[in-house]
Design a binder for this molecule. Structure first.
Ligand SMILES: [Zn+2]
Length: 84
């Protein structure tokens, strides 16, 4: 896993991209407290706590496309856009 910072809220999480579809994200307390989207109450609360952040997801996708976050199983790649 590698550290990545959400461009929206600045939360720092650990990320591992297993494939384009599957991403593992590890939140610590500081990141949880910082993110505006994720449920700051954490696990164990009744109901369906939010465990994701749309901005962070976008950040991870951009990082993966830029090669900053390696994708362990890169196939099938959804139409890679290579900017030159
Ligand atoms: Zn966030």
């Amino acid at each position: 896993m590698q550290p990545l910072q959400c461009t929206e809220c600045g939360a720092r999480v650990l990320v591992q991209k297993n494939s384009w579809e599957h991403t593992s994200i590890q939140w610590d307390d500081a990141a949880r407290a910082r993110c505006r989207e994720i449920d700051s109450a954490g696990p164990g609360r009744p109901g369906a706590p939010r465990t994701g952040c749309a901005a962070l997801t976008a950040t991870i996708t951009r990082a993966a496309e830029a090669g900053a976050v390696p994708v362990r199983d890169p196939a099938p790649v959804p139409t890679p856009v290579v900017a030159h």
